[in-house]
Design a protein around this ligand. Structure first.
Ligand code: ADP
Ligand code: MG
Length: 397
């Protein structure tokens, strides 16, 4: 689907996205830069992507009329939000190319299926996930309480709908585990052993319809209270052997899924001296990812450019990073001072510093913990990027 092409009715090539959050907004920007028209399906009238798209279909994700309208407008459709009902993607796929497809999105939506997939391709990926047990029934809970003391202390995670650390409870003892499962409503969960992490990293892979694969170098991520805070993207951000293993593993995971589109695979690093440098696979996101936002400013093709190319069947460029970068997430917290008073951050001082690239998502109200934007710092060398990043953190602190 080339940007200049028209359909039978004479409408210009239009790309669609399920979900109107910031990832959809950056996708829309990338698609429009190439000359595509865009359509966003999201129920929220003020959604960040809906605000900047040619078309905004304001319905629920599984509204038949909304889905029919999206399919009618678009030559290809993607998703920006992994909790889009897989059934909706299935419906769209009856008449349009949808990438990633409903089956792989369905796997990534469910931690139990996701772990089964990681286990199924462990031989080719070379990585396994943290020790865990599935808890879907009171009987399974009882069995874990009696037989899996090895998983404590651990983290109980809902199998579905978790993100940014939501739907997770840290548990130290059997009685805390039983209470936590009740607190989470007795829904399907996994109990994961708490690992002593030395670092976390992620890898972005893009795969085309014909199986072509390109990837970015792994980025090192720092999370605070389960939410991504900082991404370090430069040579030397982690030992080379670890970066190589992570990249190879992510590609193997995407291949094994027959994935089409941009996939992010998140890893834990534990210092266990194993052959893979202590690499443990955590989870995957069937879409561009917060940890890849630096690619907008530091690479010659961003993760959103690759999403557009992959879904439209254009050749996938192997992206080249031209500048070292640090990405700082801007949560709503930055709009409040220490006494809880709302304030406007000192953007003038921040933007006076060299190599600062501010991205705000157009969200109307700042709330603590809400992702409002991000700031990428690029520079000629890692030392100067780190210096500016420290200064920005002080200004926003
Ligand atoms: P989410 O879907 O909310 O991103 P994750 O499973 O990635 O959920 O967990 C969020 C963060 O919590 C991780 O990035 C990591 O910092 C921490 N975490 C999650 N599981 C473990 C674990 N088994 N051991 C240690 N830390 C963990
Ligand atoms: Mg995560």
């Amino acid at each position: 689907i080339f940007p200049g092409s028209k359909d039978a009715a004479g409408c210009k090539a239009t790309l669609g996205v399920m979900g109107g959050g910031q990832l959809g907004r950056m996708f829309v920007h990338a698609a429009q830069r190439l000359g595509y028209f865009t359509a966003v399906l999201d129920p929220d009238a003020q959604s960040p992507a809906g605000l900047v798209s040619h078309h905004h279909i304001q319905t629920d994700y599984n509204d038949p009329a909304g889905l029919a309208q999206l399919a009618d407008l678009c030559q290809a459709i993607t998703t920006e939000f992994e909790n889009v009902p897989a059934q909706a993607l299935q419906t769209l796929a009856q008449t349009r190319p949808v990438a990633p497809g409903a089956a792989v999105v369905g796997i990534a939506q469910d931690r139990i299926e996701e772990k089964d997939h990681f286990a199924a391709c462990a031989d080719i990926s070379g990585v396994t996930c943290a020790p865990y047990a599935v808890i879907e029934t009171p009987a399974q809970l009882q069995a874990v309480l009696e037989e899996r003391a090895d998983l404590l202390p651990g983290i109980l995670k809902t199998a579905r709908m978790g993100y940014d650390g939501k739907g997770q409870v840290r548990v130290r003892t059997a009685s805390e585990l039983a209470a936590a499962w009740a607190e989470l409503g007795g829904v399907a969960c996994v109990l994961e052993k708490m690992l002593p992490l030395t670092a976390e990293c992620s890898v972005l892979v893009a795969r085309g319809w014909g199986g072509q694969v390109v990837s970015f170098a792994p980025q090192r991520n720092v999370h605070v209270e389960g939410i991504l805070a900082v991404t370090h993207a430069y040579e030397g951000n982690m030992p080379l052997a670890l970066a190589t293993s992570a990249r190879d593993a992510a590609i193997a995971i995407a291949q094994h899924l027959g994935y089409v589109g941009v996939l992010c695979v998140e890893f834990f690093v534990v210092d266990n001296g194993s052959a893979h440098g202590g690499l443990v696979v955590n989870e995957m996101a069937p879409r561009p990812h917060n940890s890849g936002h630096y690619t907008l400013d530091a690479c010659d093709a961003s993760q959103f450019d690759l999403q557009v190319h992959a879904m439209a069947g254009l050749p996938l460029p192997q992206p080249r990073q031209h500048s070292p970068a640090i990405m700082l997430n801007l949560l709503g917290d930055v709009w409040f001072d220490a006494s809880g008073q709302q304030r406007e951050p000192d953007w003038h001082s921040v933007l006076s510093l060299p190599g600062t690239h501010l991205h705000l998502y157009g969200k109307l109200d700042a709330r603590v913990g809400r992702k409002m934007g991000h700031l990428t710092i690029t520079g000629p060398d890692v030392a100067s990027v780190k210096t500016v990043a420290r200064r920005v953190a002080e200004l926003l602190g």
